[in-house]
Design a protein around this ligand. Structure first.
Ligand code: C5P
Length: 232
């Protein structure tokens, strides 16, 4: 499984994202397009960024009945994205439906990963709002195993969980980890962070990095530093 740095393009318009991507003339980073940009600009933004030579992680976190998710994934797959995701809480039948919808006629498909529990959900929220009484670590690992058994390729998780996910689900099960900061950088609103070098040591497969690159005075240099620390 190839390791890579995925740049979170958390912009709200085509103009902003293109202005940012125009800075990358030699390298074409793997980029993450989230709900904000996708809902603002529609599927054409995916086609345009893809046509510029970038790999794309389309982060839309689908969660609905199996038939709806299967059909939606079919549409996303035809956009030629490289990675996409869903909520493992949608359960096995939904995840299997998603895989079916994603698989193209030639048998290829984007990498499909699951969100386990959102990092904005803590133990108390899980117990009071979702009525899940088990420890959150156990719940996260159970969701990861369920995703694996459904045939998914991996999970989005905190860098602090990546090692355990690999222990439980095997080293080929992909871990995609946000919450990455340079040792000398701003933490911002992220609470539990790791440097790219630490993420490499604990075995993250892909790191998702937003503001340390997008808000840097020299985004290309920041991206290159990230790649150097994470991949070497
Ligand atoms: O700017 P920053 O590096 O914090 O961006 C991290 C990206 O990863 C954002 O797009 C954020 O929504 C996403 N993300 C996260 N934590 C999660 C899941 C996704 O930070 N648990």
């Amino acid at each position: 499984m190839g390791k890579d740095v995925i740049v979170a393009c958390d912009f709200s318009s085509k103009e902003q994202v293109m202005q940012f991507l125009d800075k990358f003339t030699n390298v074409k980073p793997f980029v993450k397009i989230g709900m904000e940009l996708f809902y603002a600009e529609g599927p054409s933004i995916v086609r345009e960024i893809k046509a510029r030579g970038h790999k794309i992680f389309l982060d839309l976190k689908l969660h609905d009945i199996p038939n709806t998710v299967s059909k939606a994934m079919h549409v996303l797959s035809s956009l030629d994205v490289d990675m996409t995701n869903l909520h493992a809480a949608g359960a096995t039948a939904m995840m299997q439906g998603a895989l079916k919808g994603l698989t193209r006629e030639d048998g290829t498909r984007p990498i499909l990963i699951a969100v386990t529990q959102l990092t904005s959900t803590d133990q108390q929220t899980m117990e009071t709002d979702l009525l899940i009484k088990e420890p959150i670590d156990k719940v996260v690992m159970h969701y990861a195993e369920t995703a694996k058994n459904a045939g998914l390729d991996g999970v989005v998780c905190s860098p602090l969980e990546a090692q355990k996910v690999h222990d439980v689900c095997g080293k080929n099960f992909i871990t995609v980890t946000p919450g990455v900061r340079f040792a000398d950088g701003d933490v911002g609103d992220q609470k539990r962070v790791m440097t790219p070098a630490q993420a490499k040591i604990i075995g993250s497969d892909y790191i998702v990095v937003g503001r340390p690159i997008t808000a840097a005075p020299d985004p290309v240099a920041a991206y290159e530093r990230c790649v150097k620390e994470f991949i070497g």
